[in-house]
Design a binder for this molecule. Structure first.
Ligand code: HEM
Length: 74
């Protein structure tokens, strides 16, 4: 996620809840409309995050999706 990890935690969280263009990175309560989930679940390695040939393990993706579904609390 371009630069988010280099921010302080409050700024990073605000950016996470913000938009990339018009697309929300994290839409609280709605994993399937959240850009980060689209990036994590993509089958296109050129689009998928994190970068590289191997998707994030399913358990970790599920944790992130559950966190978003439950409201993405800080
Ligand atoms: C689970 C971990 C990660 C997630 C969920 C993630 C998510 C995202 C998202 C949603 C974007 C779209 C642009 C934006 O929202 O600002 C993005 C872009 C980007 N990410 Fe990640 N990212 C992850 C890990 C990484 C890592 C480890 C790197 C570098 C080693 C990285 C490098 C980049 C770069 C360079 C871009 C901008 C270029 C592009 O759109 O391809 N990301 N990431």
């Amino acid at each position: 996620m371009g630069g988010l990890v280099f921010q302080d935690p409050d700024t990073a969280y605000a950016l996470l809840l913000g938009t990339q263009g018009s697309h929300p990175r994290v839409m609280r309560g709605n994993p399937s409309c959240s850009l980060i989930v689209e990036k994590l679940e993509s089958t296109d390695p050129a689009f998928r995050m994190p970068p590289g040939p191997t998707p994030l393990p399913e358990a970790a993706r599920c944790d992130i999706e559950l966190w978003i579904a439950q409201g993405a609390a800080r």
